[in-house]
Design a protein around this ligand. Sequence first.
Ligand code: GTP
Length: 353
Amino acid sequence: MRYLQDLPDADVPQSPEQPRYHTGKLPNSKAGDGKPRLMLMGQRRSGKSSISSVVFHKLPPSETLYLETTTRIKKQSMHSFMDFQVWDFPGHLDYFDPQFDVDNIFSEIGALIWVIDAQDEYLEAIGKLNETILNLQNTFPDINIEVFVHKVDGLSEDYKSDTFQDIIQRVQDELSDQGYENAPVSFYQTSIYDHSIFEAFSKVIQKLIPQLPTLESLLNSLCSNCRIEKAYLFDVLSKIYIATDTSPTDIGSYEICSDYIDVVVDVAEIYGWPDRPAQDEEAEGQQQEAGNNNAESLITMERKGNNYLYMREINQYLALICLMGDDSPADKKALIDYNVGVFEEAMAQVFPR
Ligand SMILES: Nc1nc2c(ncn2[C@@H]2O[C@H](COP(=O)(O)OP(=O)(O)OP(=O)(O)O)[C@@H](O)[C@H]2O)c(=O)[nH]1
């Protein structure tokens, strides 16, 4: 049983199988600070600091050109629906040097993200990656290894997929030559110049959420009850989606939803009410709508191409966005509102805090 936020009453999905989610050690183990870590590793100039600045600090991608080389491990805490840390490692570091406390670095790990620059010579990077995987294999066999084949924006479609396949093949071949079959390694094509980096991070983070199967089945039933084509549960600040229904995902629908969040956040910044007073602080008799001081809800429905788009904030961190086809006219909104309300209640049970 794994809990992310010290939630004593968190519902753990009933499953006869052991969960697939693994973090090396319990994210909330008392040995550390309880926050799962995402470790960004890879060669120098592969793009690690750019990735963390663009995804977590909203730095415009073109400004990453001016980022300086990282000289020591940069640790940043992210406070969102799930608190986690991002550790940005300098490219030149030898993690297995005896002067490093390897146990301390890797014990609380959530995922090891290895960034490979696809526009550069990558053989050395693959060698280093495999060395790291083999080193960790004995002590921390359950670590999720996520390989970002990065900077694919500069490559032609054909070259991009050839490079991607080549990297996968080489990593797997080298590992099996060393006797390590079926290593837990996942590969993603990423670039900070499009949405692919957010999609990849979404998939990495989802593996750290023990309640994911519950969330997916809630979203599935919401979709089938309201004839929704695709539903995403987004972390609004980072624009990472923490769950979606189990129908196939395509980057296009992710892009629409992500752009839509930008619009909503921009509008909320202008017209929102950031410091709503608690209800009891309100002057007696003042007939002002105060909300619940917890989350502001926003409901919109709009035509985008052939689709309706529906968004509602579920709590201060999460928003639900649904994409619907033409056969979901706006007059069905009451039905959707009702079902989303039920979904919200279920969410409150899954994440009581
Ligand atoms: N074309 C392209 N360039 C990128 C991308 N991501 C990062 N870069 C560029 O790659 C260069 C190096 O990026 P950094 O983030 O400093 O690399 P790093 O891995 O942190 O480097 P060290 O700190 O030396 O370990 C910068 O000039 C970035 O603008 C990408 O997706 N596409």
